[in-house]
Each structure stands twice: as structure tokens, then as C-alpha cells.
Design a protein around this ligand. Structure first.
Ligand code: SAM
Length: 218
């Protein structure tokens, strides 16, 4: 069987599984059905790329479990053309999912070897995410404000700089949303924080997850 066809079949089965697990946003499911996750992991792990599991990507980091990527993306609800900032580029898979939805993606990774490898991979695959190496806790003020910010590492607190870089709602735009897992080293709860005005935010807390830690000065 042709390799691409084999991976496409596994990808559709993964999408069916995500639907069964409660992912209802068709835009997210279509995007996951497009992104070749097997190209975001080491060749030795490709056979496991469409299992619903996190996998190592080197430097003690992981590509998140597909359910987690789908869940966070569903909570963020990015729309085509929106400016979305991702903290924790890692393998680049989440950034690719956001690009497939049509968002304008900005992504920050603190580990230089991962940043270099992933920015090149995204370019080769044709994903136009703007990548940066640095501490994502500071956000990326020069290219903000953002319609959405997604943090893909576990935070102990909500970084103030990220809140400040969410779009303030006006007559044409709704306020920016921040999706961030918050808790301790062992478990975090997913939070969605929506900017309601210059100094007011609404916060919702949902499912429990376990991420690698968000590292840096807040
Ligand atoms: N989104 C990634 C993907 O699709 O593969 C998964 C990210 S992995 C679970 C978390 C990533 O966050 C790691 O690559 C880690 O180096 C990065 N990270 C941790 N703290 C960070 C920070 N302060 N700024 C930027 N990246 C950070």
C-alpha cells in the first residue's frame, strides 16, 4: 500500500476517535485530517503518529496528544485570518493545525535546537507560521495584539504579559482569548480567558491535563 494512503487512512481513524471523545468542531477535525502528523515526529516513531498519544521530540519535550491539540484548538476557536500566538512551538504540529484553519500564526519556542529544526520543517511543508526563539511568557508585543493565544506547556500562573497582548474588543472585533493549562507540575486545568475590556477578563476552567512545564521568568 502506498505510504501516503496508509497514513491518510490512519489519520481519518484518528479523527473518528477524536469525534467519539467529544471534539465537535468540524473545522478542527478537518484540519487534523489534513496535517501529516507522521512528519512531525522522528522516523522511528512514525508508526505511532496517529495513535492518540504524546510522543517524545527530543530535549525532554513532547508533541502533544492529538486529543489535547484538538481540545485546545476547539477552546481557542480560531477563525480564518485571525492573529494567533502559540507559546511552545515544539514539533510544530499545533502551529500546522492552526495554519490549516487559515489563522495567521506566530509561534515562540525557548529551546534553540527545536526552534531551528521546526521552523525549517514548517517552511518545507509550506506552513507560513512566523517562528521565534525566546521566552514566550513575554509574548510577542511587536506583532500583537492577538485574537488568540495558546500556551502548550503547563503554567503555574497566568502570565500578565500574555493577558496584555490580547485584543481589546471594539465595534468590529470580539476580545482576544487565551487558552492556557494552569496548575502544578503534575496536573493542570485548561483555562480560557477572554478579554472583555481594557482591564476586565472572563475566566472559564475545564478539563485536567498534564503538560511539560512552561519555563521562564513571568
Ligand atoms: N505545541 C507543541 C507541538 O505541537 O509539538 C508541543 C509543545 S511541548 C508540549 C511544550 C513546548 O513548550 C516545548 O517545546 C518547550 O520547550 C516549550 N516551552 C516551555 N516553556 C517555554 C517558554 N517560556 N517559551 C517558549 N517555549 C516554551
Amino acid at each position: 500500500m502506498n505510504e501516503d494512503w496508509k497514513f491518510q487512512r490512519r489519520r481519518s481513524k484518528l479523527v473518528d476517535l477524536l469525534r467519539e471523545r467529544g471534539i465537535e468542531d468540524e473545522r478542527v477535525l478537518v484540519s487534523i485530517n489534513q496535517v501529516p502528523r507522521h512528519l512531525f515526529v522522528d522516523e522511528a516513531l512514525r508508526a505511532r503518529a496517529y495513535n492518540d498519544e504524546a510522543l517524545p521530540i527530543g530535549m525532554k519535550q513532547t508533541i502533544s496528544q492529538p486529543f489535547t491539540v484538538a481540545y485546545q484548538t476547539m477552546m481557542l476557536a480560531p477563525q480564518p485570518g485571525e492573529r494567533i500566538l502559540e507559546i511552545g512551538t515544539g514539533s510544530g504540529y499545533q502551529a500546522a493545525v492552526l495554519c490549516e484553519i487559515g489563522a495567521r500564526v506566530f509561534t515562540i519556542e525557548r529551546l534553540r535546537p527545536l526552534y531551528e529544526r521546526t521552523s525549517q520543517l514548517l517552511r518545507v511543508l509550506g506552513y507560513k507560521a512566523l517562528c521565534r526563539c525566546g521566552d514566550g511568557i513575554q509574548g510577542w508585543e511587536a506583532v500583537g495584539p492577538f485574537d488568540g493565544i495558546i500556551v502548550t506547556a503547563g503554567a503555574t500562573i497566568v502570565p500578565d504579559k500574555l493577558l496584555q497582548q490580547l485584543r481589546i474588543p471594539d465595534a468590529e472585533n470580539t476580545g482576544g482569548r487565551l487558552v492556557i493549562p494552569v496548575g502544578n507540575r503534575d496536573s493542570q486545568r485548561m483555562n480560557r480567558i477572554t478579554r472583555e475590556s481594557a482591564d476586565a477578563y472572563a475566566r472559564e476552567e475545564t478539563e485536567g491535563f498534564r503538560f511539560v512545564p512552561l519555563i521562564g521568568a513571568s
